[in-house]
Ligand binder design. Structure first.
Ligand code: 4NP
Length: 149
């Protein structure tokens, strides 16, 4: 079983979308996908309604998810840890115990060469358009990840 973890700040906007999108593209008997946040603000909450809606518009149901905080144990559980932005990336790395942990962490947009922008923008304080934009960025990255796994 290959295990992939998507990480953002609150685990209610970007990483739940990344989890749902990648899950929709892989064989669930071979690949497990989960998500977490580096902050605990929203632990136990459903994804943001705007994330739920944009995912639903593309045929993906993310309402079974519940926010949780990233922990150091995730380095043991997961093979690949994808950070949504630089800040998340640094927060995850600050918890790494050794180079093996560090090597598991990558900025998600680094998988696609087509973009120079490596941060998935935080859509929390914006409108619905931000979620649509995030969805498209993550869909492209997850297509590439699903082929590489
Ligand atoms: P996410 O977005 O990291 O993509 O889940 C955010 C959600 C909540 C907050 C910030 C970003 N917040 O400050 O509560």
């Amino acid at each position: 079983m290959i295990k992939v973890l998507m990480v953002c700040l609150g685990n209610i906007c970007r990483s739940p979308l990344a989890e749902g999108i990648l899950q929709s593209k892989v064989d669930s008997t071979k690949i497990v996908v989960d998500s977490a946040g580096t902050a605990a603000y929203h632990v136990g909450n459903l994804p943001d309604e705007r994330a739920i809606e944009v995912a639903r518009n593309y045929g993906i149901n993310i309402t079974g998810q519940s926010a949780r905080k990233f922990t150091v144990i995730d380095f043991d559980t997961f093979d690949f840890i994808y950070a949504m932005d630089d800040s998340n990336y640094q927060n995850i790395l600050s918890l790494a115990r050794n180079s093996r942990d560090e090597e598991k962490v990558q900025l998600i947009l680094k998988v696609s060469n087509s973009t120079e922008k490596l941060n998935v923008p935080d859509p929390y304080y914006g409108g619905k358009g931000g979620f649509e934009n995030v969805y498209k960025m993550l869909d492209e990255a997850c297509t590439i990840i699903s082929k590489k796994l």
